[in-house]
Design a protein around this ligand. Structure first.
Ligand SMILES: [Fe+2]
Ligand SMILES: [Fe+2]
Length: 269
């Protein structure tokens, strides 16, 4: 990965912002994403601990973290323009106060470094598809530009972790079953505290934090954005990360059922 970011905050054409084109329905998702992304710096510390003896990886992780933080800054700035009552710094501080990563560990929560890299690929699959879907869903030009820029970064991040995954699997092989289990576990973690608490902290939800309710709301609002083409790509990327053909029969069947299920969820929401 080249040692520089692919775009800067100043590259965004902020003066093109059009408040009339702000879709209020997207705001809670953007606010949630802004604080989670901005927390990327802490993930660098976590990855540094896990990959302590891999200088090259640690260097790449540093630049990766810089890009994630920039995603948070860009989304937070846009959300403040779209909703002047939103205070990005306060939302981030509230999130960081209530959500802590397991930083004091030298072993991946996934068991092995290969497992950690599979989990990273899953996260980048989720983010790349979400920002592509958001970019296509909005007519507001500044948000569109931000989301396309971020989506391009997330696809590159996937590639980066996938490249490391391939070389780590030679040293630390995992069976397809193990890989699938790690991927599925990471996918189900979308219902854990990170996104739910980020939704709570960044959207000034009244009352005490209720993970189940916050998660339900966040997932409901996110799922609405996904079109069949996003789901197809998402399935291909997950399958590739766990060692299946990205365009084979399994992909067709999985994407078919996932599209049906998401369509059902969208209609019942
Ligand atoms: Fe990101
Ligand atoms: Fe990323």
């Amino acid at each position: 990965m080249p040692n520089m970011k692919h775009w800067a905050i100043e590259d965004i054409q902020w003066d093109k912002f059009d408040p009339k084109l702000v879709d209020k329905k997207l705001l809670p998702v953007i606010k949630t994403a802004s604080v989670v992304e901005h927390n990327g710096r802490h993930y660098v510390d976590y990855l540094n601990n896990i990959f302590a003896d891999d200088v090259e990886f640690k260097e790449d992780a540093l630049y990766w973290g810089d890009e994630e933080v920039q995603h948070g800054v860009a989304l937070g700035k846009w959300a403040e323009m779209a909703d002047p009552s939103f205070n990005f710094q306060k939302a981030f501080d509230d999130f960081a106060d209530g959500y802590k990563l397991p930083l004091n560990t030298t072993k991946s929560v996934r068991g092995t470094k290969s497992g950690e890299l599979i989990a990273r690929c899953i996260v980048e699959t989720g983010t790349s598809s979400l920002y592509t879907a958001l970019a296509e869903a909005t007519d507001e030009p500044v948000l569109k530009q931000i989301c396309y820029n971020i989506a391009a970064d997330e696809f590159r991040h996937y590639k980066l972790f996938y490249t490391y995954l391939k070389s780590y699997l030679e040293k630390e092989p995992l069976s397809k079953f193990q890989k699938t289990r790690i991927a599925l576990k990471r996918i189900t973690e979308a219902s854990d505290d990170e996104l739910s608490y980020a939704y709570y902290a960044s959207n000034s939800i009244e009352g005490k934090y209720n993970r189940k309710l916050c998660n339900k709301e966040y997932i409901r609002q996110t799922i609405q954005l996904y079109k069949p083409q996003h789901i197809e790509r998402l399935v291909s990327m997950v399958l590739k990360a766990i060692g299946y053909k990205p365009q084979g029969k399994i992909k067709k069947i999985t994407a078919f059922f996932l599209i049906k299920w998401m369509g059902f969820k969208q209609n019942s929401a």
